[in-house]
Write a protein that binds this ligand. Structure first.
Ligand SMILES: N[C@@H](CCC(=O)N[C@@H](CS)C(=O)NCC(=O)O)C(=O)O
Length: 209
């Protein structure tokens, strides 16, 4: 088994944190996104969507997409449960993991990729070139700011994103936060509950992954 990833990219980090929580070690192969290795024919043969992470099983079968890979490991190594323990938890984790990914992570990516000089012609991940649109950069930053404010209100009521237990939704939110903070797309200085949550989740050993 091996994981195609890039150490500096946010989505592969989500898988690394997930694996660290489950105490699973998987060999890694770096796909250097800074050198556009994801666009080379060798990698497009592995994932035609030209993104990491991709998991390759020992028999050569592959799974791309962060959450698809995490689901594989949850099924193969159920404990600790990171997608919820009962029907309600599984539903609410799914709900919030999707909110965080679609409204948080992707809004940050929209803000960052449409404004950063190094991302010219790379405004959307994948094999095709898309030009930056300045208005989308502003919209992404506004969407991200509003989403983290909403998350702050939720965290005023409960310890973690999905409930009073840690889940994959926290992993996505932690990585989204760090991505947004590193790229100066978001700041949570004015959000006390989110700050309290961040101290807790970033202190877990898995956050170093
Ligand atoms: N929906 C995909 C998104 C993966 C993704 O966007 N990966 C980024 C790294 S964080 C990537 O491969 N980027 C390649 C590029 O920028 O062209 C997933 O969840 O795995």
């Amino acid at each position: 088994m091996k994981l195609y990833e890039f150490a500096l990219a946010p989505n592969p980090r989500r898988v690394r944190i997930f694996l660290a929580e489950k105490r699973i070690e998987v060999p890694k192969t770096q796909v250097n996104l800074r050198e556009a290795e994801q666009l080379k024919p060798e990698f497009l043969a592995i994932n035609p969507f030209a993104t990491v992470p991709v998991l390759e099983l020992d028999d050569g079968r592959r799974i791309a997409e962060t959450i698809a890979i995490c689901r594989y490991f949850e099924a193969a190594y159920p404990e600790p449960r990171l997608f919820g323990r009962d029907a309600y938890e599984i539903g609410v984790v799914e709900e919030w993991q999707r909110h965080v990914e679609l409204e948080g992570m992707l809004a940050i990516a929209e803000g960052f990729r449409n404004s950063t000089p190094g991302m010219k012609g790379r405004a959307i991940t994948g094999r095709y070139a898309y030009e930056q649109i300045a208005d989308l950069a502003e919209r992404g930053k506004t969407r991200a700011k509003r989403f983290f404010e909403l998350l702050d209100a939720r965290l005023a009521q409960q310890e973690f994103i999905a409930g009073d237990w840690y889940s994959v939704a926290d992993i996505t939110a932690l990585v989204a936060h760090d991505f947004g903070s590193r790229t100066k797309t978001i700041s949570i200085e004015h959000l006390p509950h989110l700050k309290r949550w961040y101290v807790t989740v970033s202190a877990r050993p898995s956050a170093q992954a």
